[in-house]
Design a binder for this molecule. Structure first.
Ligand code: GCU
Length: 688
């Protein structure tokens, strides 16, 4: 079975270690993570002809990876080490890299830094051993870089083993039990460390009966996962049910102010830490889509979150309390309720009331991981609270890993958005704790996209989303195209590819703009949804949610389309933003085109900032989107015989499905709006 058996190596193929593995390497320091670094180096050297040492002798070295307090280094490395450390501490996960006189040095204060330094070297490849490198310090922007697995232990009758999972079964659980072979989990931890993720929640936020017990009598399973992930610096967190004191503890209530309830959580948490000393904490979906919460007892989310925070505090744990709270039993006739308002309405008034080990975790947009949403205003409304931004790496609403949809540009836009106006703090600053809020920051969280599929993610190119998520959590300023280059270099090392230049060019052509392509052929101008309820959000159904209870409507009629969220005539949602956005979004002429129908209901003839009418824009983008997918399919054919045939075949097969589905989207959306509006396409193309 080795490290994951026949599983695809993703961004850590053995060839990626060739530059490092052909060197004379010295690793200095102690601890589990330094052992991991040494194991990695030793394995690479065994394969590629280098030499790995843990004790400094007189032998010449090309590379030194050392903890700063690990004792004397070879002469050549000492001066560099001094220079690298001159600017003060490197932090718990940071490292410094330099090269002079033929020696590359990676220095860290703590073992995790050395691990991240090692994978940085792998990323640099041969360049790490060429010329001189001035000292460069690296540290993550976010302390918490987390993945949330929506994995169930038991197979759920509707959602299956993994809720919104598109890559097979869970890598942790199978049919009611923990998987016994943890090689796959170890291989996963390694991939996560190599992209910078350091925390993982191992079960679904919708906590069903069996999964609730992971906190108590099934804790041993969680401890095993923690053991498997620890060598890669990944901490384990658990989704818990707020009703645990009742359903597990037999108490009559889960009221957060009840002393017996507080004592129950304290004792349960103490047992968790006795078993898993570096346990990360709890993730909670409360009073959301039917999950239990403090509302039952007339308490609010601060009372609820603080209850768990109090239990975790003595051990340094955090509670991720999700802000995804809204009325999921709305009457579609009720125009006064606006789901977009919900997170702000529930949470902003509680700012200042959360304990400092509470992280309020808000989806990046106000609705639900749509391909295009404005940034959630709650992220600018809680300056006294640690906030985490939640993304969805799993492609629930972005093609379900059947479609190529490289999401880093979407996340990058959200992270670099400046809620208080251009030049001000960004969303990334808020999450990192370098904005107006508490210095600790809540970091990033994202719903994971891997399963037991041999390619990890179903669609092999969806691996890039997982990689890019980790990299953006480490450094939200990275350019998504540059991150894709990193991923290409690692995943398709030149030595394994027939024509590396063609492979790179094709992957960029297929992936760079794929998120915007997906946006073009699906719901227009930020209006969202129009997805099939029957098929779990896959494929088009323009009115699929229009008369539902979910609060996700487009309000198309014969005259126009869109949701009026203005203060002047609509739901007032625009007022949840600070200026200038409260004005920009309110104004029909200033509102960005891509969000127009999120904020305004307009006639089909309304002229966009682009100069096109809304109806013509709908037709044009849907024809263009399909054409782009056809182009992607065409280009991909050129890689046959150039890259790994299994990867090529899997992607080729999915591009067929993407094209079929994009055509279906185009024709349903165009026909729908033609029938509603009666306005023909000025270019006279076929609308059915
Ligand atoms: C979406 C998704 C659900 C999930 C929910 C959540 O609505 O469809 O499966 O439970 O988000 O984020 O909690």
């Amino acid at each position: 079975a080795g490290r994951g058996g026949d599983v695809h190596a993703a961004w850590l193929p053995p060839e990626a270690f060739a530059p490092l593995g052909s060197r004379r390497v010295l690793v200095r320091g102690d601890g589990v993570l330094v052992d991991t670094v040494f194991d990695e180096v030793e394995r690479a050297c065994a394969r590629h002809g280098g030499r790995a040492d843990r004790t400094a002798g007189d032998r010449a070295v090309d590379l030194v990876l050392a903890l700063r307090d690990a004792g004397p280094l070879p002469a050549a490395a000492t001066a560099l080490a001094r220079a690298a450390g001159a600017d003060g501490p490197l932090g718990g996960e940071g490292f410094a890299l330099a090269r002079a006189e033929g020696v590359t040095v990676v220095l860290a204060d703590a073992p995790a830094g050395l691990l991240y330094g090692l994978f940085h070297l792998v990323r640099l490849g041969a360049a790490a051993f060429e010329g001189d490198h001035p000292v460069r310090r690296h540290a993550p922007a976010m302390a918490l870089r987390m993945l949330d697995h929506w994995d169930n232990v038991d197979v759920h009758p509707v959602m299956g083993q993994v809720e919104r999972g598109y890559a097979g079964g869970s890598i942790f659980w199978r049919a009611g039990a923990a998987r016994r072979d943890l090689d796959r989990v170890r291989a996963y931890g390694r991939l996560l460390a190599a992209c910078g993720v350091n925390a993982i929640s191992v079960n679904n936020v919708n906590v069903h009966a069996t999964e609730a017990r992971l906190l108590t009598d099934r804790l041993g399973d969680v401890a095993e996962l923690a053991d498997a992930l620890r060598p890669y610096g990944v901490r384990v967190h658990l989704s818990v049910t707020f009703a645990a004191p009742v359903v597990l503890g037999g108490l009559p209530t889960a009221d957060p102010v009840d002393p017996a309830v507080r004592a129950w959580w304290a004792a349960a948490t103490r047992r968790v830490y006795a078993r898993i000393p570096d346990f990360g904490g709890y993730v909670v979906k409360a009073d959301s889509e039917g999950q239990p919460g403090p509302f039952t007892y007339g308490r609010d989310h601060a009372d609820g979150a603080n209850l768990l925070a109090e239990a975790l505090a003595p051990f340094g744990g955090v509670v991720h309390w999700r802000a995804f709270v809204y009325n999921h039993r709305q009457d579609w006739r009720d125009r006064s309720t606006d789901r977009a308002r919900a997170a702000y309405d529930h949470f902003a008034p509680l700012d200042g009331r959360f304990r400092d080990n509470v992280v309020v975790q808000a989806k990046f947009g106000p609705i639900d991981f749509q391909p295009r949403e404005p940034v959630s205003p709650v992220l600018a409304a809680m300056p006294a609270t640690r906030l985490a931004v939640e993304f969805q790496v799993t492609q629930e609403y972005t093609g379900q890993q059947q479609h190529v949809c490289y999401l880093a540009p979407c996340w990058s836009e959200a992270l670099t958005f400046a809620p208080w106006g251009p030049g001000g703090p960004t969303v990334a600053d808020v999450a990192a704790g370098s904005g107006p809020g508490p210095a600790a920051g809540g970091g990033l969280a994202a719903v994971a996209n891997v399963g037991d599929d041999p390619f990890w993610t179903g669609h092999p190119l969806a691996q890039a989303n997982l990689y890019a998520y980790g990299r953006l959590a480490w450094d939200p300023g990275l350019d998504p195209v540059a991150v894709l280059d990193e991923w290409i270099d690692l995943t398709f090392p030149a030595s394994t590819v027939g024509d590396p230049a063609l492979a790179r060019e094709t992957l960029h052509a297929v992936m760079d703009d794929s998120w915007r392509t997906y946006e073009r052929y699906t719901a227009p101008l930020g209006v969202g949804f129009m997805v099939s309820p029957a098929r779990h959000h896959y494929g088009p159904d323009v009115d699929g949610y229009e008369y539902s209870r979910w609060g996700t409507y487009h309000f198309a009629d014969r005259d126009g389309v869109g949701v009026d969220r203005t203060r002047a005539t609509g739901t007032g949602f625009t007022g949840q933003y600070p200026p200038p956005w409260s004005q920009v979004y309110e104004s029909l002429s200033d509102c960005p085109d891509e969000l127009l129908l999120f904020f305004h209901h307009v006639p089909y003839g309304h002229v966009l900032r682009s100069g096109s009418t809304v109806i013509q824009h709908i037709y044009d983008t849907h024809f263009a989107g399909v054409q782009q997918v056809a182009g992607m399919r065409q280009r991909w054919r050129r890689l046959a015989g150039v890259i790994d045939p299994a990867v090529h075949a899997r992607v080729a097969e999915r591009l067929e499905e993407q094209l079929r589905c994009a055509i279906e989207w185009r024709d349903q959306v165009n026909t729908y709006f033609f029938r509603k509006s009666g306005v023909p396409d000025v270019r006279g193309r076929t609308i059915h």
